[in-house]
Design a protein around this ligand. Structure first.
Ligand code: IMP
Length: 197
């Protein structure tokens, strides 16, 4: 079965392809399907709401089974900001270094560095059925960026139980513990039957 993955983020697509490798399943990227809307406005109040909105709109446009994710960083001392605004925390256009600089600025002098990445994934079928799963990865925000792998807030985030940031860990280790990895494993478990029927 062909499943459209509603993302144009190459890093995410790579992670999704590595983890969501089910027999008989072909994952197609949004830029491999002509005529899809460039962007879906992510204006829901929750990760789940945004993931469903993206999956629904691209499912309607493509007539394909469609999977979409929404993810972000929640920082305890900031009342769970940036949350659903993670991509554009420092304003438009989205810039990872600017977002990281803003985060460090907001946390200047703050002792409580607890944070967590969260990810919701939605699956929509052309006949209108919908499913969602989620995943979470707890950790802390360090004081200066470290590492060159990954993307986004990876250089500032040290997952619980590790001494290295997500940007210092290799891709396989990140996938094994990340929010997206957790959500994708839930998805693979729960959606196996429906996707391979
Ligand atoms: P979206 O899910 O494409 O809306 O993006 C959410 C934003 O959250 C990204 O632009 C990143 O800033 C951040 N984010 C989500 N997942 C990760 C991750 O695994 N590492 C680092 N940053 C992430």
């Amino acid at each position: 079965m062909r499943v459209l993955v509603a993302t144009r983020n190459r890093h995410k697509l790579e992670e999704i392809r590595q983890i969501f490798a089910l027999p008989g399943l072909e994952l197609v990227a949004a830029d491999e399907v002509p005529g899809l809307p460039e962007d879906v406005v992510e204006d829901a109040a929750t990760f789940e709401g945004n993931a469903l909105k993206k999956a629904r709109e691209l499912c309607r446009a493509s007539k394909l089974w469609t999977m979409a994710d929404d993810s972000g960083l929640e920082v305890s001392a900031l009342g769970n900001a940036p949350g659903v605004y993670s991509a554009r925390y420092a304003g438009e256009p989205c810039s990872y270094p600017a977002n990281n600089a803003k985060l460090l600025c907001e946390l200047q002098g703050v002792e409580d560095r607890r944070a967590r990445f969260r990810c919701a994934i939605a699956l929509c079928a052309p006949d209108g059925r919908e499913w969602t799963v989620d995943g979470c990865c707890p950790g802390r925000i360090i004081h200066e960026p470290r590492g060159a792998n990954g993307f986004g807030y990876d250089p500032l985030f040290v997952p619980d139980g590790y001494g290295q940031t997500f940007a210092e860990l290799d891709g396989a280790t990140k996938n094994a513990i990340s929010h997206r990895g957790a959500a994708l494993r839930h998805a693979a478990e729960r959606w196996l039957q429906v996707l391979t029927a």
